[in-house]
Write a protein that binds this ligand. Structure first.
Ligand SMILES: [Zn+2]
Ligand SMILES: [Zn+2]
Length: 330
């Protein structure tokens, strides 16, 4: 029987281990995909570090998957063998709950998440619900496109929630921010990048991607901003960002997990400032971003790791040692 390899998490707060498994079968409605690249997202860290509860265990993490269709399950239309596809964080939604019916499938009551409640892309092969697989065309490098599947898509949803303002702060200049900075520059918006204090390489990186200003998260920008998106999982950034936005400004929390938000004076929220979170993504977000990113000429800065070195990639992300995005290559 043909086999596959996967990096498997048996229990939170332990290292992933390489396992050999039988090649999965593409069930009805599914694709079997030969993975060519899988990005490493901060959400994977939250799964591995036990900050997201009740993962399927053992679990193969990974939800920024680029691969090629190897088998097509019964009842699936619209895909061809060998076609390049992407698999995102949302692996399936129910289609019948009040949220799914209201075009808010990102809030589905019984969702399935790739690399969290079903096996993901830290592997040579995986199956996925074809309804949540997206054709990627042939232009662009697999590894450089992989971060689009989460950092790009959820970044895009956060960006849309931030509104139409011309000045946008980005707190945490990692994978998502470096993609959005390029989209924002292409749209003629001005980006203000906030990083850890003293992280001059991240600040230089932000300026190289067109950021108008870059500085430490504790600093105030040179002018008040229309909106800010927080990608770093640090609750203290919420009051910091509220100080940096104008009256009526929006602060969007783009991550799935954050440390507690410290109490802050009501005056920071007063004057119709908003604080909101972004959860997951819809297929509409995915189609929009996958159309916009090539037009905007989005280029991801990636560090490639062989699949077997997934633990090292996770550690580098945890310790903030990366510029751009980590991508595993099976
Ligand atoms: Zn639903
Ligand atoms: Zn993610």
């Amino acid at each position: 029987m043909a086999g596959m390899h996967a990096m498997v998490l048996d229990r939170p707060r332990t290292a992933l281990t390489m396992r050999e498994r039988a090649l999965p079968v593409a069930g009805a409605g599914e694709l079997l995909i030969a993975v060519s690249a899988c990005g490493v997202c901060r959400t994977d860290l939250h799964v591995v570090d036990g900050e997201l509860e009740h993962p399927k265990l053992p679990i193969v993490p990974g939800h920024e998957v680029v691969g090629r269709v190897l088998r097509i399950g019964a009842g699936v239309g619209g895909f061809t063998l060998g076609e390049r596809v992407g698999v995102p964080w949302v692996g399936a939604t129910c289609g019948v709950c009040p949220y799914c019916r209201a075009d808010a499938e990102n809030l589905c009551d019984t969702p399935i998440f790739t690399g969290y409640t079903r096996d993901g892309g830290y592997a040579t092969h995986m199956t996925a619900d074809a309804r949540f697989c997206f054709p990627l065309g042939e232009s662009g490098d697999d590894a450089e496109i992989a971060p689009w599947l989460c950092a790009g898509l959820i970044g895009w949803r956060s960006y849309r929630m931030a509104g139409e303002g011309k000045t946008l702060g980005l707190y945490g200049f990692g994978a998502a921010a470096h993609i959005l900075a390029q989209v924002a520059a292409w749209q003629g918006r001005r980006i203000f990048a906030f990083t850890r204090k003293g992280d001059t390489s991240a600040q230089d990186f932000a300026r190289s991607l067109g950021a108008t200003w870059a500085g430490a998260s504790e600093e105030l920008p040179p002018e008040l901003l229309d909106a800010a998106i927080i990608f770093a999982p640090v609750g203290a950034l919420v009051p910091a960002a509220l100080k940096a936005v104008k009256k009526g400004g929006r602060v969007v929390c783009g991550g799935i997990h954050m440390s507690d938000i410290p109490s802050f004076p009501y005056s920071l929220l007063w004057e119709e400032r908003h604080v909101m979170s972004v959860a997951n993504l819809t297929r509409v977000d995915a189609r929009e971003f996958l159309a916009v990113a090539p037009q905007a000429g989005v280029k991801c800065e990636v560090t490639r790791y062989p699949l077997a070195r997934a633990n090292e990639a996770l550690a580098d992300l945890r310790e903030g040692r990366l510029t751009g995005a980590a991508v595993l290559i099976p």
